[in-house]
Design a protein around this ligand. Sequence first.
Ligand code: PMP
Ligand code: GLU
Length: 397
Amino acid sequence: MDKNLLSNRVKTMGESATLTMAQMARDLKSRGVDIVDMTLGEPDFDTPCDIKNAAKKALDEGYTKYTPVPGLPMLRKAIVNKLKRDNNLDYNIDQIVVTNGAKQAIANACLALLNPGDEVILLTPYWVSYDSIVKIAEGVPVLVSAGIDQDFKIKPQQLEAAITDKTKMVMFSSPVNPTGSVYSHEELEGLAKVLKNYPGIYILSDEIYEYINFGSGHASIASFDYIKDRVIVINGMSKGFAMTGWRIGYMAADADVAKSCVKVQSQFTSGANSLGQVASAYALDHGVYKEMIDIFNERRKVFIKLLKEVPGFKVNEPTGAFYLFPDISYYFGKSNGKITINNSVEFSDYMIREAHVASVPGTPFGAQECIRLSYATSMENIIEATKRIKEFVKGFE
Ligand code: PMP
Ligand code: GLU
């Protein structure tokens, strides 16, 4: 087809870099290449059996029809209870919207709140899709960055300096994808105190990695009463419950914002899938599956130790999610006689081709000096990947 006929929206949009790199790894594997895949942020565990059984039972009980757009009342109630139990946050059922994955909750919020030209501050490194979703909603992403020297976390003064009269939203995740960093209650309070003075700014707080936390517990920026009505809490079943394919996410927000998001969703996709919702209500009532988190933690410790042995790598020591985000900029400008590495995209590209280790470059996360390595994979793969990475960089020293 004539590519000019495509919309400007789609012409300027990139594909999700995480999904693209994951697909490249799969393609190479299917051609027989022995790839160690560290691309995707997806638990390698199967969904726990009791959650699957809840879905099987729901099928037999006839949960096969359209669901209400904001979600089945049983799930919305389970979410209200979860937010009280785990986060000490009070919400009513009309403030909860169940979505087709957390991704849709973010898209709903942007489409419901942003006008063309509204600025959205992304605490950077940020998750790849934030930038694209904001642009689809005709907003303007504004990046505020922190490097490995500040554990990739933004300080209140940096946030304040980025605010203009066009700022409509601040967007971030904690635990953070791609760095694994976790904002503490005190660090969030610093940001909240800045935002208290700007009543026209919404805060999208993506807490999808809440349960994958190996530190001193999860904190939500919604716990500061003076900004709570402007916070949109995003969460979902994909990560903590190993339910990526079920496509269930949710948001908790001011009732009017929630209602507007329901309006958007009613025109795009309708209510989320019925069986997934019943299974999610069961899972949320059950609470965290600690066995999975303990396994991630074991892998994290080993991976940090091994990756620190790679010459030239600056390795962060995150306490959440399942990613390491080493700064590999030491290798920029270095050559192995055949090729010269100039940025993280090239590093990642050469590494998959030469060492058969698949990673995601930092550039689409707003941090071109880093690469993302997911340890949601076996210990065996973690050990093998590090061995190969060490061999790979040898040529460039
Ligand atoms: N937010 C973050 C920070 C993520 O890493 C992901 C990755 N899946 C999502 C949202 C979207 O999750 P879901 O699978 O529920 O759409
Ligand atoms: N969020 C996951 C990741 O960052 C899944 C991929 C995606 O949804 O883009 O790898």
